[in-house]
Ligand binder design. Structure first.
Ligand code: PAF
Length: 296
């Protein structure tokens, strides 16, 4: 363990280890941030770190001189039926995973982040936050953008990395940054996949071996949609075929405009966000990809 509570010389590069400092107050964070020279990348997490988070950390390390990782279970993004208290927390395990890989781990208390809860002023994700995943989780994306706006303000990074698997979250955060003119670059990180193609997710642990086979319907559909590009009609046909085959219980399989999250028309040109959600053995799984439409 190289965790310490003092200052250290930052090192650039994805391969070099660095001393990792655990802090829990905004004042400490400001102090550490002010001492950082060069570029800073922020990785925002709710803890329970796994290989997907490590891919974000590695990307951040490759892009910046310093990496700040936040580890905070945000009560604002939990709905009334969702158990905020039961959400898994293991700061020691998280620290063991990222020790030597990031400069700072910021793990504040709820009271530190929200002296007034709910805050009097918050951010809304608008209509984009009420569709798809947001339809089943009212208020969830408002909570996400509010905490991300606060964390961006506190960490003041040059860039922040987000996984493409939570495609709606990524799109909404890109809108947050564009609409509020926040001075940060959002770096999407590709979905981590198992050798079979299944998108890595902590939820895969709930699947039986048969369930894991069934779940491949998602990655197969992504491959079929990408193979059908650059035609929007082709992408749509691939999605419709997958739903017709009904290998799994689909929630949605859609081709969206990545900026607005509205469904694209046949004449759409440019990026198309393909998003899938379905249930296998009662477990809700997501997958996503970006295709480029250039032809009718
Ligand atoms: O993706 C997550 O883990 C959370 O939604 C985030 C971005 C850390 C905000 O709490």
């Amino acid at each position: 363990m190289t965790l310490d509570s003092g200052s250290h010389e930052p090192q650039h590069g994805a391969d070099q280890r660095r001393a990792t400092t655990l802090i829990s107050t905004k004042a400490e964070l400001r102090e550490h941030r002010a001492a950082m020279t060069g570029t800073v990348a922020a990785v925002f997490t709710m803890g329970s770190l796994h290989a997907g988070h490590l891919a974000l950390v590695q990307r951040a390390r490759g892009l910046a001189d310093h990496v700040i990782l936040t580890d905070f279970v945000n009560p604002l993004q939990f709905g009334p039926g969702e158990d905020f208290e039961a959400y898994p927390r293991d700061l020691d395990a998280d620290l063991a995973l990222v020790d030597g890989l990031v400069d700072v781990v910021f793990a504040p208390s709820v009271q530190e982040m929200y002296p007034v809860l709910p805050p009097t002023v918050s951010v809304t994700a608008g209509r984009a936050g009420t569709i798809l995943e947001g339809a089943a989780r009212p208020g969830h994306f408002d909570g996400v953008v509010t905490v991300v706006a606060k964390l961006l303000q506190l960490t003041a990074p040059d860039l922040s990395v987000f996984g493409r698997k939570d495609a709606q979250q990524l799109a909404i955060i890109q809108r947050l940054v564009a609409d509020l003119d926040l001075p940060v670059r959002i770096e999407p990180v590709e979905i981590q996949r198992e050798p079979t193609g299944l998108a890595r997710s902590s939820r895969n642990a709930y699947l039986s071996p048969e369930g894991r086979d069934q779940a491949l319907a998602l990655s197969r559909t992504i491959s079929a949609a990408l193979a059908a590009a650059p035609s929007v009609a082709g992408i749509r046909a691939a999605l419709a075929q997958a739903v017709d085959r009904a290998e799994i219980e689909w929630d949605y399989a859609l081709a969206l405009d990545p900026g607005t999250l509205e469904q694209v028309g046949q004449d759409h040109r440019g990026e198309v966000l393909v998003v899938l959600a379905g249930r296998v053995e009662g477990t809700r799984l997501l997958d996503a990809a970006v295709a480029v439409a250039t032809a009718p």
